[in-house]
Design a protein around this ligand. Sequence first.
Ligand SMILES: [Cu+2]
Length: 501
Amino acid sequence: MATRFSRRQILGIGAASLAGGVTWSKEGHPTSHTSAARYQPAAAQPKSQGGRPYWQKTYSGGPINVAPLPPGLPGEHYKPVVVPNGAALPFKVVGGVKVFHLIAEEVEHAFDSGLRAKCWGYNGRVNSTVIEAVEGERIRIYVTNRLPIPTSVHWHGIYLPNGMDGVAGLTQPYIKAGETAKYEWTLRQHGSFMFHSHHDEMTQMGMGLIGMFVVHPRNPSPDYRVDRDFSLMVSEWSVKAGTARPNTLEMMDFNVLTINGKVFPSTAPLVCKTGDRVRLRLGNLGAMDHHPMHIHGHHFRVTATDGEDIPLSAQWSETTALVAVGQTRNVELITDAPGDWAFHCHMTHHVMNQMGHEFPNMVGMNPEGLEKTIRPLLPAYMTMGQTGMDMGKMAEVMPYPRNTISMKGATGPFGDYISMGGLFTIVKVRDRLKSYDEDPGWYQHAPGTVALKASDAELARDGINVNEPSASGAQSAPGSATKEPVDVKPTPRPMDPHKRH
Ligand SMILES: [Cu+2]
């Protein structure tokens, strides 16, 4: 192909001239849509003369009444996404339609080994049931409500007939307790989308009724192919220590931050080979917080939003992608640096586990007197924060209430605590892997490639005096006498020649 086509143009050609004849069998078309044209992506429509390109396209997928293409099958027509700590929802094909059964129900959910709560979820999982489908196919989703209250499901970012949009009371009646509703439409787009309850959202989404909805392109361009395609839903919870249910009334102080419903160290690592092409599909359906998701040792490109694919010329590089509430972001990278690389939210309060924030800043204070006063009333009382949140130490000495976890992360390869929890996971990149499904353990660093305690010989060689006063003179080295601060006079600035007086 001499001309470079965009992904949408390739899809257009695929739908118009290739589909059915080349890569897809014609078997199994529903007969109720025979009068309509076969599904074509929006950009395949005739272009208007002049004007700007964004007025030439449809913003809702084009005509609704299109004939669906045959259902796409995993391994044959698409490479399934990897759902760490979760799974794709099973389906069956009935009369050419892909049929799913989504069940909203109470789930006894483990955020980590030490913290469980009665949450609400889909099909036995919390935040980690993914619906996976293929552009152009017709899907039918039965939603069974096993909750004690009415619900509905909204398909977030997806083009569909208005009555399938899932806004309880507005576009459909409630799905009452015990009822099963039927949603059905033809997918006229691809991308990373989401689904969630759209009734009493604050309660129901806060209890866990959210998930990712991944639609693969019909005839993917070569640049769509990746070796690892991860689906990661981030969210936030308030689970007070010792309680059995999330507090969905919380507005500010979320203390359990999750990826696919898990906090680190229970988040499964993202296992990759050196040189793998990797896509991370990030979605955020938390209540209040946007999450800047940050990768170490690499950069990634932002390649798609839940609006559409970003053309190559408009993609941008980041090491941190902000995923706001209600957004998805696809980011792609080549994991070409072996190691154990942190991937986490960069809001420091979001990489803590079960952190309460009602503490004054105690850094540098001696709390001995305070503790003596309080201990007769609260024997387990320990003032926190005077040396920072030294979570490793706290984990060892602090007695916990029932059903709570420490703020710590986990013991790492050097015996020290990794002092992060919550929205944190590890991208494990290895030259050789037995299996993607097996945690390869800690990275074995080559000699001389770890930041270790500097030796006296090294310090002497490079003329580093560790007792040297720091540049400001305000701080002195341990054990040395306090010196008067150096009086630093501001250097007079030359007059700005461009300034008129
Ligand atoms: Cu965050």
